[in-house]
Design a protein around this ligand. Structure first.
Ligand SMILES: Nc1ncnc2c1ncn2[C@@H]1O[C@H](COP(=O)(O)OP(=O)(O)OP(=O)(O)O)[C@@H](O)[C@H]1O
Length: 456
């Protein structure tokens, strides 16, 4: 995992240099003049050496640790580039003026343009611009003009977030990195060695890379309004684990209290499947009991962690419409279920017992165990505050505009995640499996199981 807390020495020097020579951080023109000052004070060889050294350092970082470069340095370089090439000077002034977001100084008649305080660029397609608004302006005025601003900036959309008195953040979604076409399901892998449980492919990231998720020692929380595409995140993990399901190295249970509608087509994939309340409670109880047995086994063998195998499979409990189990049942039984889930989620990770919960309503009232989930996905949700509830404080401000994702098939499966070691939201899209794909998966798993049994 990248260490994002430690700043490389050269960066400290760069910061110190920029503090001592403030002109250097004030834009390309002043950068050029600061370089001129540098040359005058230090001479061409020294200034050239520093510049080349910085460039080489960056290149070395990029080549040596591309992941930490992508999460730490790239957003800064991108933000700098955007600040000084995109949201700059007269262009910024003209855009705000055209959108009716400038004011006039009453005494001097001068045009007053809301000033950019900083630009953050968490991802290639999302920028957050902190702006000091003029006296007499309100955040609501910016909200009213958000569509005009988006058009003027040639962006998909602009959301306005109030940061503190007189400061708003404009979250600019520059483009939708995904097309209207659904992302096809991953190819079925035949060999169990071809599956890495710490990196199961769920879809694509906005960078066009595979979006992967670990199912070892992780509990997955997926929030999204009805029609947002939660179903694809129920099936994608199973498809990614297909040969392990076939070999019994992964055993999934499912609770589907929508009368089993969502999971009927893939019913044969599951070790246990509960579609009614009493069965659901029993499924959670049995899952917990199995975990206790596994813990005792591991203890007797002097082991602290399980290794997935046919003897000690990864147990995955998928709960569709988790809220129906954790909020809407008979109160006494709901309390019992919550206690069991808390026990499983706090103790099950090392023993190989993982939970994946899918919810429409991610509030604490509906899902009191929400904080025990270790990995979160926020698909299209119905209110702004749900984004931070799911992904963590400040994530909407950093660009996770999940409440702005249209609820239609062209955008289903699109959402945001925050990867481990990062404080920036990443846009992702889940791959989509049709009923026919799910049937193909069931056939692959069940026929393979029969063949394995025949050989045994
Ligand atoms: N990853 C995806 N890519 C493209 N389209 C998708 C994707 N996932 C779902 N869809 C489309 O969106 C529709 C709704 O998806 P889905 O049923 O999974 O939503 P949901 O969030 O589970 O809703 P509900 O909570 O009502 O069950 C699907 O019928 C499908 O057409």
């Amino acid at each position: 995992m990248p260490n994002t807390s430690r700043k490389p020495k050269w960066e400290f020097r760069a910061i110190r240099w920029s503090v001592q020579h403030p002109g250097m951080v004030a834009g390309p023109a002043s950068l050029a003049s600061a370089l001129g000052v540098g040359v005058a004070q230090l001479g061409v060889p020294t200034t050239g050496g520093i510049t080349a050294g910085a460039a080489l350092g960056l290149a070395g970082w990029y080549r040596g640790h591309p992941d930490s470069f992508d999460t730490t340095m790239l957003p800064r370089l991108r933000a700098w580039h955007r600040r000084w090439l995109t949201y700059v000077g007269s262009r910024w002034r003209d855009i705000l003026d055209d959108c009716g977001l400038t004011t006039e100084n009453r005494r001097t008649g001068e045009l007053v343009v809301p000033r950019i305080l900083k630009v953050r660029s968490a991802s290639p397609s999302i920028d957050t611009i902190h702006v000091r608004i003029n006296r007499g302006q309100t955040p609501e005025l910016f909200e009213e003009r958000a569509t005009a601003l988006a058009n003027a900036l040639l962006a998909e959309r602009v959301a306005v977030v109030k940061v503190c008195p007189q400061v708003v953040a404009l979250v600019v979604e520059r483009e939708n990195p995904f097309t209207d076409e659904a992302i096809p399901p991953v190819e079925l892998v035949h060999d169990i060695d071809g599956v890495d449980l710490s990196a199961i492919e769920l879809g694509d990231t906005e960078h066009g890379q595979p979006w992967t998720q670990s199912f070892l020692g992780q509990h997955l929380f997926v929030a999204g309004a009805t029609g947002s595409g939660k179903g694809s995140l129920l099936w994608s993990p199973l498809r990614g684990m297909a040969p392990l399901l076939r070999a019994g190295v992964v055993k999934p249970d499912v609770i589907d209290l929508k009368e089993g509608m969502e999971t009927e087509v893939g019913a044969d994939l599951f070790h246990r499947r509960a579609i009614e309340w009493d069965d659901a409670v029993e499924t959670v109880e049995l899952f917990r009991d199995e975990m206790k047995v596994r813990q005792a086994e591991l203890r007797s063998q002097g082991k602290r962690k399980f290794t997935a195998s046919a003897e000690t499979p990864l147990r995955l409990l998928q709960i569709d419409e988790l809220g129906m189990l954790t909020a809407y049942g008979p109160p006494a039984e709901v309390r019992g279920v919550l206690k069991l889930l808390a026990e499983i989620m706090t103790q099950g990770r090392a023993a190989g017992f993982s939970v994946a919960g899918y919810v429409q309503e991610p509030t604490k009232d509906t899902v009191p165990v929400r904080e025990l989930f270790t990995a979160r996905v926020c698909l299209s949700v119905t209110s702004q505050n749900q984004v931070d509830m799911v992904l963590g404080d400040g994530m909407r401000l950093r660009g996770a505009l999940a409440d702005e994702i249209p609820l239609d098939p062209a955008h289903a499966g699109i959402g945001f995640v925050v990867e481990q070691g990062s404080r920036n939201p990443l846009r992702v899209r889940a791959s989509y499996q049709s009923d026919q794909d799910i049937r193909e998966l069931v056939q692959f798993v069940t026929q393979g199981r029969a063949a394995l049994r025949a050989v045994a």
